[in-house]
Structure formats: structure tokens, C-alpha cells
Write a protein that binds this ligand. Structure first.
Ligand code: SAM
Length: 226
């Protein structure tokens, strides 16, 4: 049976709008545009638009669509922004961000830097981004994202898509004044989304929804084997 991914994509986005998860028209446009089916393993492609996390190998997951929608909505990326993502996974969230900061308004071309600690997923994400047509807008870096990526700092927006025990200090240091950081913080079982704004050098934190992510492992994250 052939699957019409475009129809499925439209249906899930409409239902997320209906449920109130998606409000920002530019996030809606990005989710309607990025082909999620290119970011899941081939044998799971027919489930690409099921709204749940899916395994991508190495014990990791591509986040559920509603989670990508909520986090991107909270992040409010603007055309022209320089964005850092920690936890590349499949590359899907990075492509959604690239769509918003670099493709929606070609006169303001931003860039997405995304860090992944597992080499096999770095390769997986690079391939997916290439096939989906986003590789010129996204740089995938292999390493410990809890240290940030000082080479390109400061960032307008930083998003962490793995569960942190606390906010890694290097990420706060690498956030531009006026910038925003979105990160799930909690224990290994449940976290809360923190939305952190840096205003005049001071940090203001708002608390978002509860969520469940795989652990952020690294120097300023969890020190466990996973
Ligand atoms: N954003 C991803 C996507 O769109 O597919 C999903 C991310 S997945 C839920 C979390 C990812 O964070 C995993 O691929 C994991 O290997 C990665 N990760 C965990 N700790 C990390 C660290 N310190 N630096 C970079 N990546 C890390």
C-alpha cells in the first residue's frame, strides 16, 4: 500500500493546531514543509506521522511531533537567527529550525549548529538532512553538547532535546543577550520544560509543560552509561 505522506503531514499538523499545541504560523508552515519521513529509519517510515517518539537506533529516539511543535513554539526562532541545538538525533528538529531561520525568508539567512554525542547518529542525521535538502543550512557537530559550541557563540536561540539534571552553564554563557534557551530539566524519569530568557545579562526563567526525554549525557549533564 502506498502512503501519501503529504496528506498525513497535513492531518497531524491540523490536529495539533486543533488541540492548541501549535499557534505560531511560522512553526505551522515549517511542520507542513519538512518531510519527517526522511528522518525515521526506513523500516519505520510508514509510522513517520504517528505522534509518538520513534526509535532511531543506539537507544535513542526522534521526539514526538507534538513535542517538536511545543518546543519550537516556545523557542520562537526568527529568520536570520543563529541557533544551537544539543541532541541532533535524526536531524528532524534541526531541519524544522533551519526552515524557520534560513529558508522562510531568503533575505535573512540564519544557520543551525547541532551537536550529537553518538557518531552513528551524526552520520544518520547528516544523511537525512542531505536527502531532505537542509544540509547547507545545518552544521552537524560530533561532541558533548553540554559544553556548547563556543566557536560560533553567541547564539540567538539554544534548544536542548535531551533531559538535563540542571541547566549547563556553558549554554547560558553562550546565549546572546536578548536570546532564549529551551531545555527539559528534571530527573531521569520526568522533566519540566524551562524557557530561559537572557535580558540585560540576567536570566529569567518560565516553566513550561512536563515531558519525558532520553538523558543528556556529558560533563554538565548526567554521568551515566546509556
Ligand atoms: N532532536 C532530535 C531529533 O529531532 O531527532 C531528537 C533528540 S533525542 C530525543 C536526544 C539526543 O540527544 C540523542 O540522539 C542523544 O544521543 C543526544 N545526546 C545526549 N546527550 C548529549 C550530549 N551531551 N551532547 C550531544 N548530544 C547528546
Amino acid at each position: 500500500m502506498s502512503v501519501d505522506f503529504e496528506v498525513q503531514r497535513r492531518r497531524i499538523v491540523e490536529s495539533l493546531v486543533h488541540m492548541g499545541y501549535l499557534k505560531n504560523p511560522r512553526v505551522i508552515k515549517a511542520l507542513l514543509t519538512v518531510p519527517r519521513e526522511y528522518f525515521v529509519p526506513a523500516h519505520l517510515r510508514e509510522y513517520a506521522y504517528v505522534d509518538s517518539p520513534l526509535p532511531i537506533g543506539h537507544g535513542q529516539t526522534i521526539s514526538a511531533i507534538h513535542m517538536v511543535a511545543i518546543m519550537t513554539d516556545e523557542l520562537e526562532p526568527e529568520p536570520g537567527d543563529k541557533v544551537l541545538e544539543v541532541g541532533t538525533g535524526s536531524g528532524y528538529q534541526a531541519a524544522v529550525l533551519a526552515e524557520m531561520v534560513a529558508k522562510q525568508d531568503p533575505s535573512r539567512r540564519g544557520h543551525v549548529y547541532t551537536i550529537e554525542r553518538i557518531p552513528g547518529l551524526v552520520e544518520f542525521a547528516r544523511r537525512n538532512l542531505e536527502v531532505a535538502g537542509y544540509s547547507e543550512y545545518v552544521t552537524v557537530i560530533e561532541g558533548d553538547g553540554t559544553l556548547g559550541y563556543p566557536k560560533q557563540a553567541p547564539y540567538d536561540r539554544i534548544i536542548v532535546t535531551a533531559a538535563a539534571p540542571e541547566v549547563p552553564k556553558p549554554l547560558l554563557d553562550q546565549l546572546r543577550d536578548g536570546g532564549r534557551l529551551v531545555i527539559p530539566v528534571g530527573d531521569l524519569y520526568i522533566q519540566r520544560l524551562l524557557i530561559i530568557d537572557k535580558v540585560d545579562g540576567k536570566v529569567k526563567t518560565r516553566y513550561g509543560i512536563e515531558c519525558v526525554f532520553v538523558p543528556l549525557i556529558g560533563e554538565y549533564g548526567w554521568k551515566i552509561k546509556y
